[in-house]
Design a protein around this ligand. Structure first.
Ligand code: ATP
Length: 290
């Protein structure tokens, strides 16, 4: 049988506000998420024995802890509860393009892509809603990738409402080769929370019009920036090169700049790549998938 090929997009949060902390330790968010035309490629081959992941990225686990493997396991366990699944095994090859630990949601997107690919393979036994509910068990961002398209998220990021009002933007993404643990960022956010709650009351978003000047805010940025000052330097650089706005992606360490003109984003990318000082960075240009 031919392998099944699927693409898993990255995402950015155009704003990310922390609205509170739950008794279970998770944080409540108010965030606008948008997928990007920057993709991992996954190939699923049915057969063999057990669930195997193959990925040559050193930061990605190749065992059962890989989010793509956990996703396949959860899907098969849900669909064939108590019965032997009709497939003896599955091998998932992941060609990683989305940087790892970068705040771009790569692992969650891989997990969502596997859930959707397996659901298609078995004739779509689960509705999108049911798939999203399964996804929540793998990670807060997984349902967003199943829904597809820009969305406003509340709760821990899992309560989603499509957001069809975005205008086109091209993102220039700079990953400074610093892997950041999302758990670490949230742990270090706690002390700042009271201040953030106050700030939220002055955040005016009417639920429709996203405005780069007013709404490009990320409450996680000061936490990660304190440990990785390069984030502030990249933001300044992107703004100096004409970005309409620049901000850290998710929990970091990627920084993105938004450009209305894709050609401009490409020429700035070339200029930054040519500068030897930036040779430790990985730089991408990707349109927002609106
Ligand atoms: P988020 O913004 O959703 O927190 P991130 O982009 O910061 O995600 P990921 O690239 O998803 O981070 O990786 C987070 C961790 O998950 C890494 O430590 C990595 O080892 C692990 N991981 C497990 N499976 C995968 C996968 N398929 N792809 C990438 N990372 C994975």
């Amino acid at each position: 049988m031919q392998p099944i090929h699927v693409k898993a997009p990255a995402k950015i949060n155009l704003f990310l506000r922390i609205t509170g902390k739950r008794p279970d330790g998770y944080h409540d968010l108010y965030t606008l998420m948008c997928p990007l035309a920057l993709y991992d490629t996954l190939s699923l081959s049915i057969g063999g024995k057990g669930i195997v992941v193959v990925c040559d990225h050193p930061g990605v686990p190749q065992d059962a802890s890989n989010l793509a493997a956990r996703s396949a396991h959860l899907f098969l366990e849900t669909l064939f509860a108590g019965h032997a699944p009709p497939v003896s095994g599955l091998t998932i090859h992941i060609e990683k393009t989305i940087p790892v630990g970068a705040g771009l949601g790569g692992g969650s997107s891989d997990a969502a892509a596997v859930l959707m690919a397996l659901n298609d393979y078995f004739g779509q036994p689960l509705t999108t809603q049911a798939l999203m509910a399964l996804g929540t068990r793998l990670g807060a961002d997984v349902p967003f990738f199943i829904l597809g398209g820009p969305a406003l998220a509340t709760g821990i990021g899992d309560r989603l409402e499509p957001f069809p009002h975005l205008t086109p933007w091209t993102a220039l993404l700079v990953y400074p080769n610093e892997m950041v643990s999302t758990a670490w960022v949230y742990k270090n956010l706690n002390l700042r929370l009271t201040k953030d709650e106050k700030k939220l009351s002055s955040f005016h978003f009417d639920g429709r019009l996203f405005n780069v000047d007013e709404h490009l805010v990320n409450d996680l940025e000061p936490v990660t920036e304190r440990a990785f000052p390069v984030i502030r330097a990249i933001k300044r650089l992107l703004l100096a090169h004409g970005a309409a706005g620049a901000m850290m992606a998710g929990s970091g360490s990627t920084v993105f700049g938004l450009f209305a003109d894709p050609e401009r984003a490409i020429s700035v990318c070339t200029a930054l790549c040519d500068n030897q000082q930036n040779k430790n960075w990985t730089i991408y240009v990707a349109d927002l998938l609106i």
